[in-house]
Design a protein around this ligand. Structure first.
Ligand code: SF4
Ligand code: FES
Length: 374
C-alpha cells in the first residue's frame, strides 16, 4: 500500500469513527463444477474473462491487510478453479492474513493441498451436501462429488490443516444432521457448521422444494443440543437455525458495514454477498477505488450503518444493537424495501404473512430441484 493510501485510510477512519473490517470474503471466481440448488450466488454469474488477475487480487489483499483485515476467506464459486490459488494463498499468508479456503473439494488433489499447506493455508472449510454418495451427488448435481470430498478431507487433515465441514440443511436432508455430525467425527474435522438454507440468489428458485417444516427445525435444534453434549471437547458444532421459524432475525454479517466485506470475482466490493439485490445501491470496484475509500466513504457501505436509517419499530427497539434490524437483503426480498424491519421479526407487520407463506411452502409435496444451466 502506498504512503498516500495509508494516510487516506487513517484520515477516513478518524473522521468517520468507523472501525476497520476484520474479515474479507474474496470470491475468487464464480466458476464451479457443482450446481447446488441453494447456491446464494447471483442468477447472473461473473464470467471467467472478467475475473481479477493474480496481480489485482494480490493488490486487494495488500490493501485489506493495511486496512486492518485479519481473516481472509478464499471462496467462490469454487476457488480451486483458479489456477493461481496456491500463489494467491502464499501472497495472502505473507501479508499476515489468516487464510481460510471455502471449497467443494472438486479440483483439489493431494499434491495441491500439500502445496497450499506449504503456502501457509491455515484452515479449510469443505462443503458436504449429504451423507450418502447418491443423496449428496443428487443435491450437488455433480456425480462423484461425495467420494472426492471424502478424499479431500483426508488429504487436508493429513497435511495438518484444520478442517471444518460446512453443511447447508434443508427439507431434503434435515433428517441427516445426526449422520453429518458423525461424518465430521469420522473425517477428523474440528468443527462442523450446520446452516439452515437461506433464500438468496439462485436458491430463491428452489424455495418450495427446500423450505424445511417447523417439525424438522425443532427436531434439528434438539439433535444439535444432544450432539454438542456428546462431542464436547471433540467437535465444535455451530448451528444456524432457520430464522423464518424464529422470533427475531439474525444480525446478518454482524451488522451492515461493521465487520466484513465481500469482493466479487470482478472486484466489486459489497457489504454482503447478496447486496446487489438492492437496486437503489451501486457498488464501486477495486479497479476504480481503493478498498479504504470504499469501506469508509462509499454510499453503499454507509447506507445502513448506525441507526439513523432505521424505521420503527427498530428505531425504538431494545434489540437494535443486537440484530441491527436484521438482514437488509431479506427485507428487500420479502418486503420490497431494504430499509424495512426484517420481516422475520415478530415485531414486523409482515411477520404473520411470512409465517403463513413459510408453512405453505414447507408443505409443498414436490422435491424437484432447479439446477443452473440445465
Ligand atoms: Fe430487531 Fe428491529 Fe425486530 Fe427490534 S424490531 S428485534 S431491532 S428487527
Ligand atoms: Fe445482505 Fe443479509 S444478506 S444484509
Amino acid at each position: 500500500m502506498s504512503d498516500t493510501l495509508t494516510v487516506q485510510t487513517h484520515a477516513a477512519r478518524d473522521s468517520l469513527r468507523i472501525p476497520p473490517p476484520m474479515a474479507m470474503l474474496a470470491e475468487l471466481t464464480h466458476r464451479c463444477p457443482l450446481a447446488c440448488p441453494y447456491c446464494s450466488n447471483p442468477i447472473e454469474l461473473t464470467r471467467g474473462n472478467e475475473e481479477l488477475s493474480t496481480e489485482e487480487w494480490i493488490g486487494v489483499f495488500r490493501q485489506a491487510a493495511a486496512l486492518g483485515v485479519l481473516h481472509l476467506h478464499l471462496s467462490g464459486g469454487e476457488p480451486a478453479a483458479r489456477r493461481d490459488l496456491v500463489e494467491l494463498t502464499q501472497a495472502a499468508a505473507s501479508l499476515g492474513l489468516y487464510t481460510n479456503l471455502i471449497t467443494s473439494g472438486v479440483g483439489l488433489t493431494e499434491a495441491r493441498i500439500g502445496s497450499l499447506a506449504d503456502a501457509g493455508l491455515e484452515h479449510v472449510q469443505l462443503s458436504i451436501q449429504g451423507v450418502s454418495p447418491e443423496g449428496a451427488d443428487r443435491i450437488s448435481g455433480y456425480k462423484g462429488g461425495y467420494e472426492r470430498k471424502i478424499a479431500v478431507a483426508g488429504w487436508t487433515t493429513d497435511a495438518g490443516i484444520p478442517l471444518t465441514l460446512n453443511a447447508v440443511c434443508h427439507r431434503q436432508n434435515m433428517s441427516e444432521i445426526d449422520a453429518m455430525i458423525d461424518l465430521a467425527i469420522r473425517l477428523k474435522a474440528r468443527r462442523i457448521e450446520v446452516a439452515t438454507v437461506q433464500f438468496h440468489g439462485w436458491a430463491e428458485r428452489n424455495k418450495a422444494a427446500l423450505m424445511p417444516t417447523r417439525e424438522q427445525v425443532e427436531r434439528a435444534s434438539e439433535t444439535v443440543t444432544k450432539a454438542r453434549e456428546k462431542y464436547k471437547g471433540v467437535l465444535v458444532i455451530d448451528y444456524v437455525p432457520a430464522d423464518y421459524y424464529s422470533s427475531y432475525p439474525k444480525a446478518c454479517m454482524g451488522g451492515w458495514g461493521r465487520v466484513g466485506l465481500n469482493v466479487t470475482p470482478s472486484g466489486r466490493v459489497l457489504p454482503c454477498h447478496a447486496a446487489e439485490t438492492i437496486p437503489s445501491l451501486s457498488f464501486e470496484t477495486v479497479r476504480d477505488c481503493s478498498l479504504a475509500e470504499i469501506w469508509y466513504e462509499s454510499d453503499a457501505f454507509n447506507a445502513y450503518r448506525g441507526e439513523d436509517w432505521m424505521p420503527e419499530p427498530c428505531r425504538s427497539c431494545e434489540r437494535k444493537k443486537v440484530d441491527f434490524g436484521g438482514c437488509r437483503c431479506q427485507a428487500m426480498a420479502l418486503a420490497g424495501n431494504a430499509r424495512a424491519t426484517d420481516p422475520v421479526c415478530i415485531r414486523s407487520p409482515l411477520r404473520e404473512h411470512l409465517t403463513r407463506e413459510t408453512e405453505r411452502l414447507s408443505a409443498t409435496a414436490s422435491t424437484d430441484l432447479v439446477y443452473r444451466g440445465r
